[in-house]
Design a protein around this ligand. Structure first.
Ligand code: ADP
Ligand code: UDP
Length: 241
């Protein structure tokens, strides 16, 4: 697949056109950022690990009936995806309180959330991705009511599928962020699912195995991502067809 014009270069990935107007090449770079791009570093192998990890999770989700943009791996750091008209909101589900929720609401870090909670954030780095609600999404026409309903329902469905998957591999899925986009009249899961966009703790020790290792300067970031991949059975050395 020939890469065409670069459409967008974000904080961790770049997106290129292809000869097919309905498809894009998504390149996972080694760049790692936190705190709205204030802390930035290149972490060796992270692009490769995240590319393969996200492809694995998207395949698992497809197998469980969740429609995603993922087509196939193209190389160690590149995937072919369907070109979506992205909805500019982030959908976050939280099973355990931590991160911005604790700062915002003053709740204790690490408490179980039963039932899990859901939040929308606006994708806008300049405004530091502010939290928004369904009324904002409707009033500013970022998405329709039925799209909002699908995003909430599907994100909880993904939570059910992945919570079980990570649990079977000895990990707690603490929280995660998803993005959706429109394709041919349907709403598909887009972007990525990697330890960059979720929190994973070892079930027994609660050791952090996600991007909080980078945010907090704990070290061993990519090693933790590789451990998560290994526990799930993602073959990082598998030849790409
Ligand atoms: P950010 O924009 O937050 O820095 P990235 O570096 O991950 O994020 O850049 C990836 C960009 O590609 C994001 O803006 C994301 O919304 C967008 N994107 C993800 N999947 C698709 C897709 N299938 N079609 C079009 N755009 C996509
Ligand atoms: N998240 C993300 N991108 C963002 C904001 C959050 O992937 O721009 C993920 C983050 O990795 C975590 C979840 O969404 O898994 C909830 O993040 P939180 O609101 O606690 O924000 P943070 O503490 O990271 O600022």
């Amino acid at each position: 697949m020939e890469k065409g014009k670069e459409l967008y270069s974000g904080k961790a990935k770049s997106v290129f056109e292809t000869t097919d107007p309905t498809q894009l090449v998504m390149v996972f770079r080694d760049d790692t950022s936190a705190f709205d791009g204030i802390k930035v570093e290149k972490l060796n192998r992270k692009g490769m690990v995240n590319n393969r990890f996200s492809a694995f999770i998207m395949d698992q989700l497809e197998g469980a009936g969740v429609a995603t943009h993922h087509e196939r791996l193209l190389s160690e750091t590149e995937s072919l995806v369907k070109r979506l008209d992205m909805i500019p909101v982030e959908c976050v589900v939280r099973n355990i309180a931590t991160g911005s929720l604790c700062k915002r609401l003053g709740v204790e870090d690490g408490i179980d959330l039963t039932p899990p909670t859901f939040e929308f954030f606006l994708k806008n780095d300049d405004l530091h991705d502010p939290m928004i609600n369904e009324y904002h999404i409707r009033s500013f026409n970022w998405a329709s009511q039925s799209e909002i309903d699908v995003m909430i329902e599907r994100t909880f469905e993904v939570n059910d599928i992945l919570t079980k998957m990570f649990s079977a591999a000895g990990m707690l899925l603490v929280d995660f962020k998803l993005e959706y986009g429109r394709f041919d009249g349907a709403l598909l899961l887009g972007d990525e699912f990697t330890p960059d966009g979720c929190r994973l703790w070892d079930t027994d020790t609660r050791k952090k195995l996600d991007k909080d290792r980078f945010r907090r300067g704990l070290g061993g970031v990519v090693e933790a991502y590789e451990e998560v991949a290994m526990r799930l059975g993602v073959d990082l050395g598998q030849p790409i067809a």
